[in-house]
Design a protein around this ligand. Structure first.
Ligand code: NDP
Length: 322
């Protein structure tokens, strides 16, 4: 089968197609023939070496397809089931052997492309708004990169919960998408001072929570956008890592809270994985959550997909198709 392999950390050019054996299902595993593969910013961090893994490796943390084999002890899924998963590295391939307890069966109404588009970014938007800072009706949140993969889903779920959403984006096209996803206010943070805009919009009070995935370029000002005792949810670093920071600032800026969460700590238990996946897939099935698949690339063009994602050229979800 074809798989993308990374021999040394580096730029998008290190994502090379190789022929490798189709994996077999070990005890507790199922082999999935992939029909759609999710591309996520975390794949960039592993490719560049910001996040460490053993070399060589096959990138990818998300996929959906059909089960073609099951190993000993697997009863929850069977050959022929349509499934999706996240958090198991190696999905940039035609087949992947996945621990069966990480698989979620897809409802009939949901395609494998939608499944691959919903798992990682959908459950992220879900846990950030339901668990990390459970948004309540009437509260206001600031969502950076609001037209991105996580961003468009965060805007929609925050609106489902009755919050006011302020989104930031870099272009007018992205602004239109963020508005469509429910953002009440959209700031072009590459041209406008988002801190001043947030203060203007909130009448000087500040927002209850900032969902910040951009990191280096937004972090400092994001803290200034919070109300007293507000929460900074730093969940990514698309612009670079936030340097070490003085915790005393949380005191002087108004008794703030800060957290740096990861999806994988919120779906480590099977029960939590099922609850979050079922809620997200249910919203998609019921038309409450719209998935925007902004771009699809053939598997062999994984490098192009990364260039587009890192180059801020994408909106919504990016998929690879084997
Ligand atoms: P996105 O689709 O959001 O793409 C990144 C976006 O970030 C760009 O489109 C761009 O939007 C914005 N951005 C701002 N500055 C830069 C920059 N210098 N370089 C590149 N992009 C920039 O990606 P994902 O939805 O896949 O992921 C978003 C973030 O969320 C990532 O940081 C990722 O690591 C994080 N994440 C964290 C999870 C967790 O559990 N902690 C889980 C999932 C994702 P614009 O042009 O509008 O500025």
């Amino acid at each position: 089968m074809k798989a993308i392999r990374v021999q040394t950390a580096g730029g998008p050019e290190v994502l090379q197609v190789e022929d490798v054996p189709i994996p077999e299902a070990a005890t507790g595993q199922a082999v999935v023939k992939l029909e759609a593969i999710g591309v996520n910013f975390i794949d960039v961090y592993y490719r560049t070496g910001l996040y460490k893994t053993q070399l060589p490796f096959t990138p990818g943390q998300e996929g959906a397809g059909t089960v073609t084999a099951v190993g000993e002890g697997v009863t929850a899924v069977a050959v022929g089931d349509r499934v999706a998963y996240t958090g198991v590295q190696g999905s940039y391939a035609e087949y992947q052997a996945v621990p069966a307890d990480r698989l979620v069966k897809l409802p009939r109404e949901i395609s494998t492309r939608e499944g691959a588009a919903a798992m990682l970014q959908g459950m992220t938007a879900q846990y950030l708004t339901m668990s990390t800072f459970p948004l309540r009706r009437g509260e206001t949140c600031l969502v950076h990169a609001a037209a991105g993969g996580v961003g468009l889903l965060l805007c929609q779920i925050a609106k489902l919960k009755g919050a006011t959403v302020i989104g930031t984006v870099s272009t007018e096209e992205k602004a239109a998408l963020a508005r469509e996803a429910g953002a009440d206010h959209v700031i072009r943070y590459t041209e406008q001072d988002f801190e001043a805009e947030v203060k203007r919009i909130t009448g000087g009070k500040g927002v209850d929570v900032v969902y910040d995935s951009v990191g280096k370029t937004t972090f400092d000002k994001s803290l200034n956008c919070l109300r007293k005792r507000g929460m900074m949810v730093l969940f990514g670093q698309s612009s670079g890592s936030v340097p070490p920071f003085d915790l005393t600032l949380l005191n002087t800026k108004g008794s703030l809270f800060i957290t740096r969460p990861s999806l994988f700590a919120y779906i480590a238990e099977r029960r939590e994985l099922e609850e979050r996946a079922n809620e997200v897939l249910g919203w998609v099935r019921d038309g409450k959550l719209k998935l925007r698949i902004g771009a699809t690339f053939p598997l062999a063009q994984a490098g192009e997909a990364h260039r587009a994602l890192e180059g801020r050229k994408t909106t919504g979800k990016v998929l690879l198709v084997p």
